[in-house]
Structure formats: C-alpha cells, structure tokens
Design a protein around this ligand. Sequence first.
Ligand code: SN0
Length: 318
Amino acid sequence: MQYFTSVNDVENLDALVALARAAKQNPYDANHLGKNKTLGLIFMNPSLRTRLSTQKAALNLGMQVMVMNVDKDGWALELEDGAVMNGTTVEHIKDAAAAMGQYCDILGLRAFPLLKNREQDYSEHLLRKFIAHCKIPVVSLESATLHPLQSLADLITIRENWPHARRPKVVLTWAPHIKALPQAVPNSFAEWMCRADVDFTIAHPEGLELAEQFTAGARILHDQHEALEGADFIYVKNWSSYRDYGQPYAGAAEWLLNAAKIAHTADAKIMHCLPVRRNVELSDELLDGPQSLILQQADNRTYAAQAVLQRMLEAITK
Ligand code: SN0
C-alpha cells in the first residue's frame, strides 16, 4: 500500500480488518518491519486520538516517529502554483512537502477543510499537493473530505461486536452542535459502510444531505425515529451542510440522542468518533452506559493505524 486516503486505497477490506485484529492480539509481532524507518506526522489542526494512536502504532512496529504541528510551529503555507508570495504565506507547499519527504519514509497529514469553497475542499487540494511533492507513501490523518483511519477503526469495532450471521443494521444519525464541523467523518463512515457487509441507513434533517459520491447505496431518512427502528449500531455525528456549503444547521436540538429515543431498539450499541460535545450531540447516560463503544473505537484507532502502516512498510521493504 502506498497511499491510504480513502476506502478505495484498500484492496481487500476483510484482510485489512483481519490484520488489525491480529495486531491487537499480538501488537509487537511485526516490530522488525519498522527498524530504521521514520514516520512523520504533520498536523494542520488539533488532534488527540489520531496523533497518539498513530504514534503508538508506529512504535509497536519498531518505527521512529517525528511529529510537527505545522499550524503552530511551521511557516504559513502557500498552496497556489505560480503565486507571487509577497503576502502572508511564507513557504510554498511544494518546498515544504519535498523537504519533509526527505526526512521520512512515511508521512501522515491532517488537514481539515476550510469550509468556504466546496469545490476546492472536495478536490482535496492540499492533500493532493502534499502527496505529489513529498514523493513517499502518505496516510491521511483526516483530510478535507474523509477520515479513513477512523472508519477502519469503526469497522473493526462493529465486527468485534457482531458475532451473528445476519447483517447488522447500522444507522448514522446527524447530531446537533454549536459549530460548523467538517463532513469528513460521516462521508468516510458512509463510504466504508457502503462497502462493508452491513444494512446501512443515514438519518439527518432535510437539507443536510452528504455528497452522493459517498452515500450511494445507503437508505436516507429524515425521520430519526423511523431510522433508529431495529438498529444494532447507532453512530452519532454532527456535520455542517454540504448543499449550503459549510453552514451550521441551527434549531434541531431535538436530534440529540438520548436513552428515551432508543428505548425501542433493545440492544443498539452507541458509537461516536470523539471528541463529543456531551449533552449536545449525545446524552451522558448513553456515552457512559453499557451500550457505549466509544472507548473501544478509540482503542481500535491504534490497530487500524498499525495495519495500514504495516502494509506500507511491507511495500517499502519488498
Ligand atoms: C473534527 C470533525 O471532523 O468533526 C474531528 C473529529 C475526529 N471534530 C471537531 O472539529 C470538533 C470541534 C468541536 O469544537 O467540538
């Protein structure tokens, strides 16, 4: 594997999940692979789980890790080719990425969308330029439109909690929030669920449709109660509008998920990628209750990253 930026970079989903689950059982079995190999993690935005779990995964594989918060510690980056750089940007992405590529064997990049220009965000402008200029394998640590390491961890978590033969009913339900958040987590979750062997429903207020390229094949409902009927897994997440690009959706506080709403779904497991705005998106009783999978998801971030890094190291050392 050379790039991990979406589900389309995965040849065999089941094999990658199996590799991650094997890594969870025996985390140090492949620690010879990373000897004298360096992972660079580049952050343009905050991160807690992605940063620590990806570092942990690399350490388990015997790699060295360097981390840089480019947003705080780096030069302001210019992205436009041919720009006359007489303003606020100090360094062109082509120079910065090329230098980073020389210091590392694999690079990870976190870069949120700016949520101003949909076409630019959805073209993955920054990630594509970074890949083109660093010239080494790249793993997305959440890009403008997708968060594949999160989705892989989510799929592992669903598989761990589903021993039955029938397909589980998985529901992604929009949640209220005080800010305009990216669509990356729900886009990515939808893309992975549409590829996995599950019965997949998305629920959101009218007008909050996600980009069709990621949701094709999903059942989409605007009635949360109807969507939750018979759910086995309920994934809660806010996102800002794709149609009215980047606008937060106000006045839907009743979409908060609480215990009363899932009383009729029996044993539904509750999922969230974190960080979560408690009692805005989801109630404490659900987050802290026996059906909550949030910490298992966070734990599985390590093994998701480890499976991806292992595939990349195997490709480098072949
Ligand atoms: C990010 C998002 O894409 O929704 C990262 C999730 C892994 N979340 C936030 O930016 C939350 C910010 C907030 O103020 O709650």
